[in-house]
Design a protein around this ligand. Structure first.
Ligand code: ARG
Length: 501
């Protein structure tokens, strides 16, 4: 493609941009992410210009045809991104039109528009797509978690605080906890999507245009639900990017923590889970190895996304209101965040799907643990009239004695009676049946009375409820995608009407 020597905007400047400066300045490489968005936004703008009578139908038709052929060339991989030739995709696209149909007609494309509202638009369009992809991948992962939770409804396991045995629960409880994490991540993404889905086009450089642009119309043609109304705000603000980045960073931190658990649980010491072979890595020297490298990378990539979020915030904090070129630097940061988040969700879904849980090992550890200690203390509150602190002290002393004698808590009833003399000065005992009920790891989940606990009934209720929530979230996502497709169809029809007329 031919460009005016030195670029299409440089009439005020005596010389072309110096080569190294051009390479430093150009955003063309990262603009590959918004190539089609730029064409789409330009098409909607031109359709609106035509409808408003700002440019003639014939001219609009020729511009639209040029845009469509550029889209085809791009999709066929025929467009070269020459950084020293173009400052960005916006210049490339306009230069292409000018080279095809000349400046007399092609030069009307940018009427009433600035690269400032144009780039804000492109980023919003791309981010909208990115958020919907993440939305879908997040639901896929949550579906897998729910599926596995359904299989492991009553798989006994110890749950941890400080990486020490805390309380007995079910594996399903752990899996469902992450479904809830993800559902909140989704709430954040949905709220953010709403603010991303506002059209800045028509803001012009920053203070609007003297031409009768129809802003609601371009917004409609591009499937936006609202306008980024104030023209200065529309070109200047990037908080929608930060919000998306932050939502992704939080989500990545969740995935990282899950990955960390699974790394730990796949160690020989825990032996709770095993990765399927196709998701594990070998060692170049130790033949016995089965390394959870994938999960370690999830942790590291989460760290990277956190860093990128900081980079984004730092690049914005000093930008004076309006547009400054600093804002260009925010784009590749966001693209990387979106891509890391999407790929991590996908990989984690495969991991969750393929994990082999070692139920026996989990049950064995739970059975041998003292993780029913809280439950025993609560039994003493309910059935022996002790205060919680008295019960806590008594069970603590009992466990100390039991450990010394290597007996499990279930077998320590006489030790409890002995300990009570020492700790409380009176003999405290529980009926045998009660003692057994509240110290048996197998029986204890059914004793939990609180909402949201791993009581089997609660587990079933939560499973059902979260399934419904995921189904609703899926429908909402479908609705959003449908809405965008509808707008796309509308724009296509308008383009056809103009080009064929
Ligand atoms: N490449 C620029 C960016 O990504 C486009 C906007 C340029 N605007 C300007 N006034 N120089 O932000």
């Amino acid at each position: 493609m031919k460009a005016e020597r030195g670029g299409i905007y440089r009439s005020r400047l005596g010389k072309p941009l110096e080569k190294e400066a051009a390479l430093y300045l150009s955003s063309l490489r990262e603009d590959a992410e918004i190539f089609e968005e730029d064409i789409l936004g330009t098409e909607a703008h031109v359709v609106m210009l035509c409808e408003q009578g700002i440019i003639g139908r014939k001219d609009a038709g020729r511009i639209l045809e040029a845009l469509e052929s550029l889209k085809t060339e791009w999709r066929e991989g025929k467009v070269k991104l020459e950084l020293e030739k173009f400052e960005d995709v916006h210049e490339l696209v306009e230069a292409y039109i000018l080279s095809r149909i000349g400046v007399k007609v092609g030069g009307k494309t940018h009427t009433g528009r600035s690269r400032n509202d144009q780039v804000a638009l492109d980023v919003r369009l791309r981010l909208r797509k990115g958020l919907l992809e993440i939305w879908g991948a997040l639901l896929d992962l949550a579906d897998r978690l729910i599926g596995r939770a359904g299989e492991e409804k009553e798989t006994l396991m110890v749950l941890y605080t400080h990486t020490q045995h805390a309380q007995v629960g079910f594996l399903s409880h752990y899996l469902l906890a992450y479904v809830d994490h993800l559902l909140r991540d989704l709430e954040r993404i949905e709220a953010c999507y709403r603010r991303v889905n506002r059209c800045p086009l028509g803001a012009s450089a920053l203070a609007g245009s003297t031409l009768p642009l129809n802003r609601p119309r371009t917004a409609e043609l591009l499937g936006f639900e609202e306008l980024a109304e104030n023209s200065l705000d529309a070109v200047s603000s990037r908080d929608f990017m930060v919000e998306a980045a932050a939502s992704c960073a939080i989500l990545m931190v969740h995935l990282s923590r899950m990955a960390e658990d699974l790394v730990l649980w796949s160690s020989s010491e825990f032996g709770y889970v095993e990765l399927p072979d196709e998701l594990a890595s070998p060692s170049s020297i130790m033949p016995q190895k089965k390394n959870p490298c994938l999960l370690e990378l999830v942790r590291a990539k989460a760290g990277r996304v956190c860093g990128l979020l900081s980079a984004l915030l730092a690049s914005l904090k000093g930008v004076p209101t309006g547009y400054s070129r600093d804002l260009q630097e925010a784009k590749p940061v966001l693209w990387e965040i979106l891509s890391l988040t999407l790929s991590t969700l996908r990989v984690m879904a495969k991991v969750v799907e393929g994990l082999k849980f070692n139920r026996n090992r989990m049950g064995e550890v739970a059975s041998q643990s003292y993780a029913t200690a809280v439950d025993l203390a609560e039994a003493l509150v309910k059935h022996a009239g002790l205060s919680l602190r008295e019960a806590h002290r008594l069970v603590g002393e009992t466990i100390r004695l039991a450990l010394k004698k290597s007996v499990r808590l279930e077998e320590a009833q006489t030790l409890l009676e002995k300990a009570s003399m020492k700790v409380l000065g009176v003999k405290v005992s529980l009926p045998r049946r009660i003692y057994e009920r509240f110290t048996s790891p197998q029986r204890i989940p059914a004793e939990r009375l609180t909402l949201g606990s791993p009581n089997p009934k609660e587990t079933r209720r939560m499973l059902k409820n979260r399934k419904t929530m995921l189904r609703e979230a899926r429908l909402k996502l479908k609705g959003k995608i449908k809405g965008l497709e509808k707008a796309e169809g509308m724009l296509k029809k308008e383009i056809l009407r103009i080009t064929s007329g």
